[in-house]
Design a protein around this ligand. Structure first.
Ligand code: ADP
Ligand code: MG
Length: 398
C-alpha cells in the first residue's frame, strides 16, 4: 500500500528525520491560510498523489505570496495530474501540501528497499539527487552507494557514517545525516515498509539535512499489525477496478487491451497474457480467482471483469488442481444467465473434474466458445473478438 508524501513525512518525523514545516489544504483559501500560519516568504504548493515526477508535471509550484499560492492551488485541485509515473490517465488531486521553501545547497537520493537476493533491507543512495534512481543508474552509476543491513543488529552507526562519508557529507553534518539514516531505517523496519524513498534529501545553505520529498510503501500482508497505517489508505489514488476486486478478496490487475482474462494463479496469468499477445490480441486485465474457488466466487470474478468497459471478449482459462472445473463452469454459466452479455466468452478448462465442467458448459445452451489447449483458447478469443468487433461495426454502418 502506498501513502501520500505528507503522511510519509509525518511518520518519518516521528522517527527523528527532519522535514520542512507544512500543512494540508483542500482548497486554495486553505492553502493560503496554511502559508500565513507557517510564516516565511517562500512556500511550495505540492499536489498529493501516489506518484513521483510531480515537479516536471506542474504538481510542485514555488510561490512567494497569497495570490500565487491560491493560483497554484486552483491549478491543481480537482484536476488529474499526469506524470511519467501515473500512466496516461493520471491521478486525481484532492489534497495539497503547502510547505515552507527550503534553501537548497545539495540534493541527495536516498532509498531503502528490500533486496531479495540478500534477503535484507538495502540502502541505495547517490550524491546525484533530484533525478529518478533509474536515471541515476543510467547516467551516473558510479555515484550510487549501496549497503545491506544485518537484521540481527540493524543499521549500525559506523555503517551510517560510512554512507555519509561516501556521499561527501561535510563532517559537521555527519551526525545529522546519521540520525536521518537511522530514522528512515527504523521507520522502515518498525512499520513493515517495503520501500522508503527520499528524493531529494537536501543539505541546506544553512547546514541542515532535510527530507524534501518522501515516499513510503507498506507490505499489505503486515497491515493488520498497523491499524494507523491502514487508515491512511486513499482509494482515490487506486485503480477503481483493482480496489473493487481487492475488497472482494480477488486479485486483479488492470491493463490496456480488450480481452478480459479470468485465470487461476499468477503463473497461468502470465502465460495466458503472453499467448493472447502471440495470437495477435491485447489483454484488458487479468483476474486471479485463486484456489478452491466456489461458483459464487467465479461468478463475482466474471461480473467484475465484465464491468470493465474496455473488455470486448472474455477468456476464462483454468488449470484446475485444487480448483474444480465444474464449479468454474457453474459460476460462468450462472453469471451469464443472471446478466446475458453480447461479447464473446471463451472457456478453456483443464484438470480436476474437467468432464463435468465441459458438460455443464455444453448443456447450458449458452453461446460459450470452448477450447482445450491454451493456444487454442487464445486463438479463439482473439478471432472471436475480431469477428465480433467487425460485426458490430457493420451493424452500426447499416
Ligand atoms: P517529485 O519528486 O514528485 O517531482 P518533489 O517533492 O521531489 O516532487 O519536488 C520536486 C522538486 O521541487 C525537488 O527536487 C526540489 O528541488 C523542489 N522542492 C520540493 N519541495 C521543496 C521545498 N520544501 N523547498 C524547496 N524546494 C522544494
Ligand atoms: Mg521527489
Amino acid at each position: 500500500m502506498d501513502i501520500h508524501e505528507y503522511q510519509a513525512k509525518e511518520i518519518l518525523k516521528d522517527f527523528g528525520v527532519t522535514v520542512p514545516a507544512g500543512g494540508l489544504a483542500y482548497s486554495p483559501e486553505q492553502a493560503a491560510y496554511r502559508a500565513r500560519e507557517m510564516g516565511g516568504d517562500k512556500w511550495i504548493v505540492k499536489a498529493q498523489v501516489h506518484a513521483g515526477g510531480r515537479g516536471k508535471a506542474g504538481g510542485v509550484k514555488v510561490c512567494s505570496n497569497d495570490v500565487e499560492i491560491q493560483e497554484a492551488a486552483a491549478s491543481m485541485l480537482g484536476k488529474k495530474l499526469v506524470t511519467h509515473q501515473t500512466g496516461p490517465e493520471g491521478k486525481g488531486v484532492y489534497r495539497l501540501y503547502v510547505e515552507a521553501g527550503v534553501p537548497i545547497d545539495r540534493e541527495i537520493y536516498l532509498g531503502f528497499v528490500l533486496d531479495r537476493t540478500s534477503q535484507r533491507i538495502m540502502i541505495v543512495a547517490s550524491s546525484e539527487g533530484g533525478m529518478d534512481i533509474e536515471e541515476i543508474s543510467e547516467k551516473k552509476p558510479e555515484s550510487i552507494v549501496r549497503a545491506t543491513i544485518d537484521p540481527a543488529v540493524g543499521l549500525v552507526e559506523f555503517q551510517a557514517r560510512e554512507i555519509a562519508f561516501k556521499l561527501g557529507i561535510e563532517p559537521a553534518l555527519t551526525q545529522h545525516m546519521v540520525r536521518t539514516l537511522m530514522g528512515c531505517f527504523r521507520a522502515f523496519r518498525d512499520r513493515d515498509a517495503t520501500m522508503v524513498e527520499i528524493n531529494p534529501l537536501v543539505v541546506t545553505t544553512d547546514n541542515r539535512v532535510i527530507a524534501l520529498d518522501a515516499k513510503m510503501t507498506f507490505d499489505d500482508n503486515a497491515l493488520f499489525r498497523h491499524p494507523q497505517i491502514s487508515e491512511l489508505r486513499d482509494k482515490s489514488q487506486e485503480d477503481p477496478r483493482e480496489s473493487h476486486a481487492a475488497d472482494r478478496g480477488l486479485s486483479y490487475v488492470g491493463l490496456d487491451g480488450n480481452i478480459g482474462c479470468i485465470v487461476n494463479g499468477a503463473g497461468l496469468a502470465m502465460a495466458t497474457m503472453d499467448t493472447i499477445k502471440l495470437s495477435g490480441g491485447e489483454p484488458a486485465n487479468f483476474l486471479d480467482i485463486g484456489g478452491g474457488a466456489t461458483p459464487e466466487r467465479v461468478g463475482k470474478a466474471f461480473r467484475l471483469v465484465r464491468s470493465d468497459a474496455k473488455v470486448e471478449a472474455i477468456l476464462v482459462n483454468i488449470f484446475a488442481g485444487i480448483n474444480r472445473c465444474d464449479w468454474v463452469a457453474e459460476g460462468v454459466v450462472q453469471a451469464l444467465r443472471d446478466e446475458p452479455i453480447d461479447i464473446p466468452v471463451i472457456v478453456r478448462l483443464s484438470g480436476t473434474n474437467v468432464e463435468e465442467g465441459q458438460k455443464i458448459l455444453a448443456e447450458s445452451g449458452l453461446p460459450i466458445i470452448r477450447a482445450s489447449t491454451l493456444k487454442e483458447a487464445a486463438d479463439r478469443a482473439v478471432s472471436a473478438w475480431k469477428g465480433d468487433k467487425a460485426n458490430k461495426v457493420e451493424v452500426k454502418a447499416v
